[in-house]
Design a protein around this ligand. Structure first.
Ligand code: UDX
Length: 449
């Protein structure tokens, strides 16, 4: 018995190839590694994660596929996922079979990103326990499931823009409106529904881990538990559970921290739209004018290639936008460090789930400008449920930008949001400490492995 407890066990993880999915999966890997498990990461060439000095404890194996390297960018995330899942279904079975044949350690389970659903069949073939990992939240899962049901019942009508139901509340998803449902900006509704149907079909998975905290979305978690009838483990915010190995796919520009060090407390608005949101050139110019007119200091992440129709460098943009010394622009920032900095007073965000958790984890109120999928769900929750931010909807005009920034940075309303954000920060901090909900949830999961 004792011998069995001491024997090391290995977990195989399959992250989806996107920054917002790789980071939480690696944070989970680190949390499990700290609990004594060996870690194998199975990935395709699209993930870019290499064994580095910070990841030496992890083993990496490659899932063979023959997709063109350009597919990730050319197809857009939805079509790419459909293709990747089809491509890997057979090759992953073979790859897993070869891997198992060489294994000394017992495999505790296979944990796969909910959008890497090809992994379920392979793990089933080898009789391995399967755990789904949702890097988005429980409410987003509920919305995807609702979208599939709506589509099956009424077709495109309730889901498509222009059908006139955008502002209506979706039954049983209060306070979400039809326009907040996680449709994609990159593909037609039919394609999103195809992916959602597969990702919501849990097959023979034995449980699900979600990067969330039970106090944030208790009713969605209860709904999920009833709907899926498997144990659900809310284990988040993962970035607060275990110091993650660096998984940034773009080089972080640390100089912005020196710049922040020179600013007054809570005087800077941080702007970042995640790893794949795109902006029109005219929106960028309106944004720049609005920021300058707001008279606030700002730190702005502009990813190379993120401005549609513009090949300009950040330096060229900088001079074109006539940004004063109140502004600082970088291509990629050490975001968690930025949000933890005392100079940062608010976060203009696309509301990717990682960014949302990182902001709430530091008590930073948000201006929400969602672009696609679950970001719309998160933005609505930030504004109407957690009440730690405001959403900017409609056309992005300089006046709208200026007004939103002042609401958060200058008005009393912003101060109230800040207080609520700080109280939420404390709750999230407690959830990852011993006897906190996420801490206990991780222990419960481990008992089952
Ligand atoms: C995607 C989806 O858009 C998101 O909705 C989903 O919930 C997860 O996958 P992404 O758009 O990249 O993610 O957004 P987000 O989830 O916020 O993840 C971005 C990550 O990049 C965050 O962890 C953030 O800290 C990091 N980041 C972003 C940086 O480290 N530096 C930056 O300059 C910008």
């Amino acid at each position: 018995m004792e011998e069995k407890q001491e024997r090391k066990r290995r977990i195989v993880l399959i992250p989806a190839p996107a920054q917002g999915h790789i980071s939480p999966m690696m944070q989970l890997a680190r949390a499990l590694h700290l609990k004594g498990f060996s870690i194998t990461v199975a990935q395709t060439k699209f993930n870019y994660l290499k064994p580095s000095k910070d990841l030496t404890d992890f083993q990496f194996i490659t899932i063979p596929e023959s997709l063109p390297a350009s597919d990730l960018n050319d197809l857009g995330p939805v079509w790419f996922l459909i293709k990747l899942n089809k491509e890997c279904e057979v090759s992953f079975k073979k790859c897993l079979g070869q891997f198992l044949a060489q294994q000394q350690e017992e495999i505790a389970c296979v944990i796969y990103d909910e959008f890497m659903y090809f992994a379920e069949a392979a793990a089933k073939e080898f009789n391995l326990p399967k755990v789904i990992f949702s890097t988005e939240n429980a409410t987003a899962f509920a919305c995807r499931s609702a979208m599939c049901k709506l589509y099956a019942k009424d077709g495109l009508a309730p889901l498509k823009e222009g059908y006139g139901r955008e502002e209506e509340l979706v039954p049983e998803l209060h306070p979400l409106r039809y326009k907040d449902l996680p449709t994609s900006a990159f593909a037609p509704v039919e394609a999103s529904v195809e992916v959602f149907k597969s990702s919501c079909d849990i097959g023979t998975a034995s449980s699900m881990i979600i990067n969330t905290v039970s106090c944030l979305e208790i009713s969605s978690l209860e709904w999920l538990q009833q709907e899926l009838k498997i144990p659900i483990y809310p284990i988040g915010p993962l970035h607060m559970m275990a110091s993650a190995p660096p998984t940034s796919l773009i080089e972080e520009n640390e100089s912005c921290i020196d710049w922040l060090n020179k600013q007054k407390p809570s005087s800077v608005i941080y702007i970042s739209l995640g790893s794949f949101t795109l902006m029109e050139t005219k929106e960028v110019l309106e944004m720049a004018s609005g920021l300058v007119n707001s008279n606030q200091h700002f730190l702005w992440v502009i990813r190379p290639g993120s401005i549609l129709g513009s090949e300009l460098s950040n330096e060229e943009l900088f001079s074109m936008m006539k940004i004063s010394d109140r502004g600082y622009i970088v291509k990629w920032a050490p975001q968690k460090q930025v949000l933890a900095h005392s100079a940062v007073g608010a976060f203009w965000s696309h509301c990717g789930w990682n960014s949302t958790l990182e902001s709430m984890g530091e008590g930073v109120p948000m201006i929400c400008r969602p672009f696609t999928t679950d970001q719309k769900v998160n933005a609505r929750y930030v504004e109407c449920v957690w009440r730690v931010g405001v959403q900017v909807e409609g056309e992005l005009k300089r006046r709208v930008v200026e007004r939103a920034v002042k609401r958060l940075m200058v008005d009393e309303e912003g101060e109230e949001m800040k207080m609520r954000a700080l109280s939420l920060k404390e709750k999230l901090k407690c959830s990852v400490l011993p006897e906190g909900s996420s801490h206990d949830s991780l222990d419960d999961l481990i008992k089952t492995l």
